[in-house]
Design a protein around this ligand. Structure first.
Ligand code: NAD
Ligand code: DAU
Length: 356
């Protein structure tokens, strides 16, 4: 289906999912319009995640260094690039960081979403909000559907819940063409190694201890990032105004099982350690405060209405992901040393934020 828009604003395009999504748009969808990537380049924003894109697609891709919570920046971007659709991914995304310092989460995730909604409603621009299954809170049994009441437990989840509510309010009150997707845990290339899977891959490779929170029995529903990207594109193009779509992998695993699989894959790829299998590196550490026990999503709606279902299996996608981290030591080294931030300074420091 041909999209109804030509100038798509992607926020947070230098992050993990944003970078995968921009690559997906350019390589897999046939989208011939322009992509404007608005990103503040926080610790999680790494322009190297999009290496080659500006050179390979000079007429289709433009980067703007700026803050979604800054009104003047957002207004200028909408006008300068004649934005006619938004896929909003920019966020503070890590639960542990939200526990240590929640304020940035409210500013970016809530105020940032509000600024974008205001700009979109003034111009009648289609708006998609990329959200999380964490808004439904921990489930004892069963699956969360799009009707499940919100019960966010962490400051991160509460900030995403607040932004979801704002998006719905803008649809109900102002008639904004808005959609939301609530997705489960993603993994794949370019994920910052603070999240469970890349953290465990890199620590296992180095023979470092593997910190598993609590007893490792917490359950997450894992989805390879390319399956998320396909779902986002379908919702952007064919999603119905005011609708919410769950996106998940249907692969529920406890954390210990995930870490054990990673250990086995790294043992196989890198050879065993002298001290024995990497599984021996697992250390049970104090639990995350308020740690949600289990997430699990019903993805029946997006399958029935938009024909979207995951193509990757967890096992095969995890093997590919381990291989990617092992095959990209230069990316890993620059992320771990913080060197990529030097690159950002050299390229963007002193330039006006909000200018392209
Ligand atoms: P990420 O942390 O890897 O990337 C976030 C990006 O947003 C970075 O490039 C960062 O520089 C940018 N950013 C942060 N604050 C900004 C601001 N004020 N203005 C402009 N840009 C800013 O995050 P991710 O894992 O790629 O997640 C992307 C989105 O998907 C988030 O909205 C997150 O809530 C949602 N989500 C993530 C997952 C997951 O498993 N990672 C699952 C479901 C939903
Ligand atoms: O469910 C979707 C969410 O998934 C997204 O909205 C978030 O942006 C994303 O960060 C992710 O949140 P989680 O908290 O589930 O992901 P994380 O990778 O931080 O942790 C996954 C599980 O692993 C969780 O139960 C905590 C546990 N864990 C995590 C780390 C970093 C450990 O046991 N040890 C660790 O060192």
């Amino acid at each position: 289906m041909t999209p109804s828009f030509e100038n798509l604003l992607v926020t947070g395009g230098c992050g993990f999912i944003g970078a995968n999504f921009i690559r997906h748009l350019l390589h897999e969808t046939g989208f011939s319009g322009r992509i404007v990537n608005l990103d503040l380049l926080t610790y999680a924003g790494n322009p190297e995640n999009l290496a080659g894109v500006a050179e390979d697609f000079p007429d289709q891709y433009v980067f703007v260094h700026g803050d979604v919570a800054d009104e003047a920046t957002v207004e200028a971007v909408f006008d300068a690039h004649r934005v006619d659709a938004v896929c909003h991914l920019a966020a503070e995304s890590h639960v542990d960081r939200s526990i240590l310092s929640p304020e940035e989460f409210l500013r970016t995730n809530v105020t940032g979403t509000f600024r974008l909604l205001e700009a979109a409603r003034r111009r009648g621009v289609r708006f998609h909000h990329v959200s999380t299954d964490e808004v439904y809170g921990s489930l004892v049994t069963g699956l969360a559907t799009e009707q499940t009441p919100y019960r966010p437990a962490s400051p991160y989840a509460a900030s995403k819940a607040a932004s979801d509510h704002l998006v719905r309010a803008y649809h109900a009150t102002y008639g904004l063409f808005a959609t939301i997707s609530n997705c489960s845990n993603n993994f794949g290339p370019y994920q910052f190694p603070e999240k469970l899977i890349p953290l465990m891959i890199l620590r296992a490779l180095l023979g470092q201890e593997l910190p598993v929170y609590g007893d490792g029995k917490n359950v997450r529903d894992w989805l390879h990032v390319t399956d998320h990207c396909r779902a986002l594109w379908e919702v952007l193009v064919r999603g119905q105004a005011g609708e919410t779509y769950n996106v998940g992998g249907g692969e529920q695993l406890d954390n210990l099982a995930v870490v054990r699989q990673i250990c086995a894959l790294v043992d196989e790829a890198a050879g065993p350690l002298a001290s024995g299998p990497r599984e021996n590196l697992v250390r049970f550490v104090p639990d995350r405060p308020g740690h949600d026990f289990r997430y699990a999503l019903s993805v029946e709606k997006i399958r029935a209405e938009l024909g979207v279902a995951p193509r990757e299996t967890f096992e095969a996608a995890l093997a590919k992901t381990v291989a990617w981290y092992l095959e990209n030591p230069a990316w890993v080294a620059r992320v771990e040393s913080g060197e990529y931030r030097e690159w950002i300074k050299a390229n963007y420091e002193g330039r006006e934020k909000g200018a392209s």
